[in-house]
Design a protein. Structure first.
Length: 277
């Protein structure tokens, strides 16, 4: 059981939700848009590119596009959070790069954990953005953009002013170079034999360690990321077939099946609105 309060536009999905249904595994996925999770209460853990985070109340997780992540609800204690998903085109061009710096300035794009957000009055920014739900439609879009910019400005302030960055440790440090290698060569032909030889790990042990670190298999990790990359190419105007090839798929049929499995519809049926899997 749970409850949801949602604000949705063509470029943003924002909601406050409470869940009490415990889950057995991580709901892993990645998206071509930016995400902000403000954890309020509950007993959960997040898995982001092989790093496991157990957030403290009133902490933030910033997730850039194309980053593999998922959450697992560890108990029936009410899990309350704000979740914000948006495309960068929603922000003014002149401020876009600066406002998105907190998502990319950590060196490791998945290492964006901010504890103690309550001390920076972040709750008020999330509440003010949610208040846009009650506004008249002709004023709602403008107010939503202004309040989103204010929220991101506060995140930028937090990112620049904090001195201590507390991050959860990598579940398996051995997989950090493997993940880096996969992401650097995502569009190239990658085989398990090659990975095993390069990192001096048997294929069986490599598969076992990779699943333990990331929650998924090497093959699924690569395919999912290539699908998201192809989706980004299509959003930029590339035909589906060219996008699939540029993302590393050797056959369009393989891309078609993977895309439909992840998004629930074919590449040619994709919507202009952002959708959550």
């Amino acid at each position: 059981m749970g409850s949801v309060h949602e604000l949705r536009t063509d470029s943003m999905i924002y909601h406050y939700s409470v869940d009490q249904q415990q889950t057995e595994e991580y709901a892993l996925h990645c998206h071509p848009f930016y995400e902000v999770f403000y954890f309020i209460s509950g007993e959960v853990s997040y898995l982001i590119e092989g790093k496991r985070y157990v957030p403290t109340p009133h902490s933030l997780l910033l997730i850039p596009p194309n980053v593999f992540h998922g959450v697992k609800i560890e108990s029936t204690v009410p899990y309350a959070r704000y979740a914000l998903h948006f495309v960068p085109g929603l922000l003014p061009i002149e401020a876009r790069t600066v406002l998105l710096l907190p998502f990319h300035s950590q060196g490791d794009s998945s290492n964006c954990y901010f504890p103690g957000a309550a001390e920076s009055s972040m709750t008020a920014y999330f509440e003010q953005l949610m208040d846009c739900r009650e506004m008249d439609e002709d004023f709602r879009e403008l107010s939503t953009r202004i309040r989103l910019e204010a929220l991101l400005s506060q995140l930028l302030f937090m990112s620049r002013s904090r001195k201590d960055r507390r991050t959860a440790e990598l579940h398996s440090q051995t997989m950090a170079p493997v993940l880096a290698y996969l992401n650097e060569r995502l569009t190239s032909d990658i085989t398990l034999d090659e990975l095993s030889a390069r990192f001096f790990i048997s294929k069986h042990h490599l598969n076992k360690m990779f699943r333990k670190a990331t929650g998924t298999t090497i093959g699924h990790y690569i395919v999912h990321k290539r699908v998201v990359l192809a989706s980004q190419f299509m959003q930029e105007g590339h035909p589906a077939s060219a996008a699939a090839m540029n993302a590393g798929f050797q056959h369009y049929s393989s891309f078609y099946r993977a895309y439909k499995n992840i998004y629930g519809h074919s590449p040619t049926e994709r919507s202009s609105k952002i959708t959550l899997r």
